[in-house]
Write a protein of this length. Structure first.
Length: 127
């Protein structure tokens, strides 16, 4: 029994750093994608916005919807903004990354969720 506990502890100690490294790489890639989405949104560049989207998101997001969201976002981002990574969740086979957008205009913050699977965006929401 004691030997089994030692083996389990060694297994966890051996593979935990690898798991952490994979998680950090995923978070870094997610942040890169998130920032490119915000840049595309503020530039009103629909094609750049859907470049990393999966087929479902591309089919669901019309150019008209995108333009309306871009107009709203541009009103808020004109004075500048900061993004803060808040954490991640696993939901329905997606990694969901949570971000806070804090605007320099002093208005309400926005909570953003971005769903990724295989580095493709399945959804992004601003609340």
């Amino acid at each position: 029994m004691k030997n089994n506990l030692i083996r389990i502890a060694l297994f966890i100690a051996t593979f935990s750093p690898c798991s952490f490294a994979l998680h950090a790489a995923d978070s870094a890639q997610a942040e890169k994608i998130f920032k490119s989405l915000i840049a595309a949104q503020t530039a009103k560049d629909y094609d750049a916005f859907v470049a990393d989207a999966d087929d479902n998101l591309k089919a669901a997001l019309t150019k008209t919807q995108f333009d309306a969201a871009s107009n709203f976002m541009n009103k808020r981002t004109t004075g500048g903004y900061d993004t803060t990574f808040l954490g991640e969740l696993n939901q329905h086979g997606y990694q969901v990354f949570l971000y806070r957008l804090r605007f320099k205009d002093g208005g309400d913050d926005i909570l953003s969720t971005m769903s990724l699977k295989e580095n493709k965006v399945g959804g992004i929401f601003f609340k």
